[in-house]
Design a protein around this ligand. Sequence first.
Ligand SMILES: Cc1ncc(COP(=O)(O)O)c(C=O)c1O
Length: 451
Amino acid sequence: MARSKKISASSPMSDARSFLKSRELQLKTHALIPGGAHTYAKGDDQYPESSPVLIARGKGCHVWDVDGNDFIEYGMGLRSVTLGHAFEPVVEAAYRQMQHGTNFTRPAEIEIAAAEAMLETISGTDMVKFAKNGSDVTTAAVKLARAYTGRDLIAICGDQPFFSTDDWFIGTTEMNAGIPRAVIDMTLKFRYNDLQSLRELFEQHHGQIACVLMEPETATAPAPGYLEAVKDLCEAQGAILVFDEMITGFRWHLGGAQKFHNVLPHLSTFGKAMGNGFAVAALVGKREIMRLGGIDHDQNRVFLLSTTHGAETHALAAAIETLRTYRDREVVEFLWAQGERLSTGINQVVARRGLVGKLQLLGRPCNLVYRTNDAAGKPSQALRTLFLQELIRGGVLAPSFVVSFSHSDEDIDRTIEVVDCALSVYARALEDGVQRYLTGRPVKPVNRKFN
Ligand SMILES: Cc1ncc(COP(=O)(O)O)c(C=O)c1O
């Protein structure tokens, strides 16, 4: 029998920030939208109770919630907004384009310009197909690899958190209700930086693995020679190497982490930062593989990314302008520099408060994430909740510390001050127990079996 849980509005906040309107609308969002959000990572269970529930508008790296509270935001739009909210050149390019129509019965002229812009940016690629979501393009890469190799199994990196909303990936998580066992069994997992674990998969499933799909890097950097060895192994085994560059793309390097590490995969997928928040994603790769999605070969046809909105003209205009801005204004260099400023400042505060090993910054400066550990050094959801709660109290909304082109020195320095205050409470919570300082229930991981 289905389990039913009551969603309650958050309990009142005790400080100056009021979330009255947010709380009023919170129940309505849950009544109208399963989960109260269209992305689980934005959901109420990911944030403390004393949080803004609904954002009314954003400009640069600042957002204002429905109660009028102002926050400096990090990891904006799930890392899609790299330049800043309402970044004028991109908004104007999209607006100009939509005035000429957004979708026609035949392809739009702008599809050529967008394809050229993308293929020039990601070196060594010959063809591209656009879509609206990252999940669609990683799924397309899997299908294309299966069609090209005539094999069914796929190997994904089991240490990396997310590749797609589709069954071949979600089936491998805790939240796999509704996904047939047969689909789940076709996805195998290997460990990052552990070539032997991938070798064993190839040995156990000889001639059956269509592709190896992974992010080239997450919070852990590849060991020297690891990515090269993965590519060599794929080629020796007749499998396709797919890099998911949804997060690394246009951050590690304008040409992606593949360029940063100088290891070019056979196929790769991009999204998120491609359009500064507009819905656009891309599958790119070698002609020999990509052409199977075309109408000019005599092999079995592959249904490759044929969607109504895939080439929506204003999203492509946004992507072209976003890529141009990255190139002309040295955005990637700026992201690294601001991330460095932020991590240096936070690490100083952490050391001064005696919290080394408790609040840990992880990853490259262009993509900083953090871990909240308890006194024994173990990850703690309760302490994550407390840290988020105290950051929000100080006007910082930071599920990560992923910066954008709009994070000025002033924003970064203000954030460090707020982190300092938050850590004073964190330090006390380690002494007295975290429950004493939490204003509500703790956050939960997204991928879990039950609510
Ligand atoms: C590494 C990675 N791949 C794929 C996806 C899926 O992208 P989308 O949410 O646009 O479908 C995500 C989303 O968070 C991601 O982080």
